[in-house]
Design a protein around this ligand. Structure first.
Ligand code: PBG
Length: 327
């Protein structure tokens, strides 16, 4: 054949492919979610998330130490509470000596330079398993926002660098910014789960926190997966209300949304590689369907290629190891 263009020429060798590769992934772009539980020496396996554990604060400190050694320096904290500490308005979420604030202080003490992000929503604290307060079967917006703003203050006071509302209530970013600023926390950031879809891919996470909704679903607050223009509306609102970083969640079925959001906004865009995405790869690999490492690398790079600046992933440690060896 007489061809002028032969794209294969640029794929000829590993060195050449490295030279022309378009997308980079740095370990500093990875955020490791951590599941906290009460007690000492606790490391509870989560069946649908092999390799991920609920850990008591002492074990979490070790985990953070291990991560820091690999270059992972950003963490997102989720508390798993016993049913006895849950109620309708999530009272425990405002306890400054609760599991999350206590763990924050411990990590901050030992690792002053890491970035600590806290998840802000009522579901780990709610006896209804919803992200907001339920009144007559309705997840009420404004009352929830008031509690979330107070929760953010507790997190900021105990060492959070960034608070991260994942609840999808309207107006919460503005209310949180206002509450933080009035208390003098002008440097505490807000990473908003601006675009969070009502997704089947959160299943394993709800097992991890034992936080599945006790009735109904989350469709009156999380987004409909058929929509993408609505994502930009949510982004515009959160940016106007003071968000520092916006997030799209889940990641893999929403790479188009990540790309759109990236083109639309000038603030950093995060993607959450959620529990179901993690679990499917782990269990698929265990059953011999795919190669775990290659699937991990390919999917994480796809999120970067789509435009994610930051990636929340349960693969943060193995990916950090891979990056160390391969880049
Ligand atoms: C809830 C919350 C969820 C996740 C993070 N925060 C689940 C949900 O909305 O039901 C999901 C994370 C994951 O699946 O990895 N506030």
């Amino acid at each position: 054949m007489k061809l002028t263009q032969r794209p294969r020429r640029n794929r000829k060798s590993e060195a050449l492919r490295q030279m022309v590769a378009e997308t980079e992934l740095r370990v500093s772009q990875l955020v490791l979610p951590l599941f906290l539980c009460e007690g000492k020496g606790q490391m509870q396996a989560i069946a649908s998330m092999p390799g991920i554990f609920r850990q008591s604060p002492d074990m979490i400190l070790q985990e953070v130490g291990k991560a820091v050694e690999l270059g992972v320096k950003s963490f997102d904290l989720f508390p798993a509470l016993p049913e006895s500490k849950k109620d309708q308005t999530g009272t425990e979420s405002l306890n400054p000596n609760g599991l999350l604030p206590t763990t924050l202080r411990m990590i901050r003490d030992k690792y002053p330079d890491v970035t600590l992000i806290t998840d802000v929503a009522l579901d780990p604290y709610s006896s209804d398993g919803h992200d907001g307060v339920v009144r007559n079967g309705v997840i009420v917006n404004d009352e929830t926002v008031e509690i979330l703003a107070k929760m953010c203050l507790v997190h900021a006071q105990n060492g959070a660098d960034i608070v991260s509302p994942s609840d999808m209530m309207d107006g919460r970013v503005g209310a949180i910014r206002e509450a933080l600023d009035s208390a003098g926390f002008i440097d505490t950031g807000i990473l908003s789960y601006s675009v969070k879809y009502a997704s089947s891919f959160y299943g394993p996470f709800r097992e991890a926190l034992d936080s599945a909704p006790k009735f109904g679903d989350k469709k009156t607050y999380q987004m409909d997966f058929r929509n993408s223009r609505e994502a930009l509306r949510e982004i515009d609102l959160d940016v106007a209300e003071g968000a520092d970083i916006v997030m799209v969640k889940p990641a893999l079925s929403y790479l188009d949304i990540i790309a759109k959001v990236k083109a639309h906004t000038n603030i950093p865009v995060a993607a959450y590689n959620v529990s179901g995405e993690y679990g499917l790869i782990k269990l698929g690999a265990k059953h011999g369907l795919i190669d775990e490492t290659r699937a991990m690398v390919e999917t994480l790079y796809s999120m970067r290629r789509a435009g994610a600046d930051v990636i929340f992933t349960y693969f943060a440690l193995p990916m950090a190891e891979w990056l160390r060896k391969n880049t």
